[in-house]
Write a protein that binds this ligand. Structure first.
Ligand code: GTP
Ligand code: MG
Length: 346
């Protein structure tokens, strides 16, 4: 393949926030999966990688895409979602997820507002200047809320009693106030006038599906504002970051990698970083969950790949990965290049 060929990757979108705010369930509801319920105690302890193709976004958000005149104008092909744990103990996993992100979703429990890891997540997002949207989740728990399954927030909101609308507004106002205290401007997404300076807030419910259309439309809108350059990828040698090192039955120790540029193939020589220095090894197998399924524990088995193009979440099976440090870079060494050069780079 011509390595100068240029394509655009699906934005790598990290989902962050305090423990239990509904990060995993939101993704489940969008994907139609059941990852959250399979986690021990419903606590996320790993980074979850999954691809949401554009046709799945359209299926959920079609009426709103039309309303906001985005229909047919969106050139991104979907989102590579990076789910992170909210538990205080896993700040290293959140940072790792954040390190590759083009976009972020900061999930806040609308009934609780800012919590400890909300601040931590925000610091992470701001340190890397990642465009983001707030999902003010658990909207269905606002007292008196009448659910309308899978309706856009704006439609469902209009049908609520006045006192219920008032409670929603109060909860949003409290979140805006917290942003103001941090020197940031925020507003309900449909009232945002300048997406460059104001944080859009989208009320959602991962249980009823309300607001998911709005959330996806805002994410699509934010991606459209990127210069295409930021998402430009080549078909050159693959580059990625190790999210997790995990033992898998029958495969030994494997690496879950976010590939952010280039291509990786079965048989490629790769270099990454180990506890005792650089590790170079040959890719024995590459596997991926199917679109809309998740890396941690795909329901529908893995797809076995000969090659994978950025951006993607991919599991690498190779010898010597037990030494590798999560967070390490991964480079495919092109045939004509010297291994030494890449070992030094790592
Ligand atoms: P960690 O990954 O451990 O940080 O948690 P999380 O943010 O991924 O939360 P998760 O999706 O596992 O949901 C936590 C709990 O909140 C579960 O009991 C969910 O059923 C519940 N929950 C999540 N979203 C909603 C929502 O929109 N409404 C209601 N009522 N409950 C929700
Ligand atoms: Mg979770």
């Amino acid at each position: 393949v011509d390595s100068s060929f240029v394509d655009y990757r699906p934005p790598i979108t990290v989902v962050v926030g305090h423990v239990d705010v509904g990060k995993t369930l939101l993704l489940d509801k969008i994907r139609g999966t059941f990852v959250a319920y399979r986690e021990p105690g419903m606590i996320t302890q790993h980074i979850g990688l999954s691809f949401i193709p554009w046709n799945a976004v359209e299926r959920i958000a079609d009426p709103l895409l039309t309303k906001f005149r985005l229909k047919g104008k969106v050139w991104i092909k979907g989102f590579l979602m990076v789910d992170t744990p909210g538990h205080a103990a896993f700040s290293n996993l959140r940072r790792r997820g954040g390190s590759v992100a083009d976009l972020a979703v900061l999930v806040i429990d609308i009934t609780r507002g800012f919590e400890e890891q909300t601040y931590e997540s925000l610091t992470l997002i701001r340190s890397r200047n990642i465009p983001f949207v707030v999902a003010a989740n658990k909207l269905d728990r606002i007292y008196g809320w009448e659910p309308h399954e899978n309706a856009p927030f704006l439609d469902s909101y209009e049908k609520q009693r006045e006192d219920v609308q008032g409670r929603v507004e109060e909860a949003i106002a409290r979140i805006i106030e917290e942003f103001n205290k941090l020197g940031m401007d925020a507003d309900r997404y449909d009232r945002v006038r300048d997406f460059n300076t104001q944080v859009p807030i989208v009320p959602t419910s991962a249980v009823t599906g309300e607001g998911l259309a709005d959330l996806l439309v805002v994410l699509a809108g934010l991606s459209q504002r990127f210069s295409r350059d930021k998402l430009r990828v080549t078909y050159g040698p693959g580059k990625g970051v190790v999210m997790e090192i995990r033992e898998e039955k029958g495969w030994g120790v494997t690496a879950d990698v976010v590939l952010y540029d280039g291509v990786i193939r079965k048989g490629d020589l790769i270099v990454t970083a180990g506890l005792e220095g650089p590790v170079s090894t040959k890719v024995k197998m590459l596997v991926m969950p199917k679109p809309l399924d998740e890396m941690r524990d795909p329901e529908d088995r893995y797809m076995f790949m000969d090659e994978v193009k950025a951006a993607a979440g991919v599991k690498i099976i190779a010898d010597g990965l037990d030494q590798v440090v999560p967070g390490a870079p991964v480079f495919v060494v092109p045939q004509e290049a010297s291994l030494d050069e890449y070992v030094k780079l790592v």
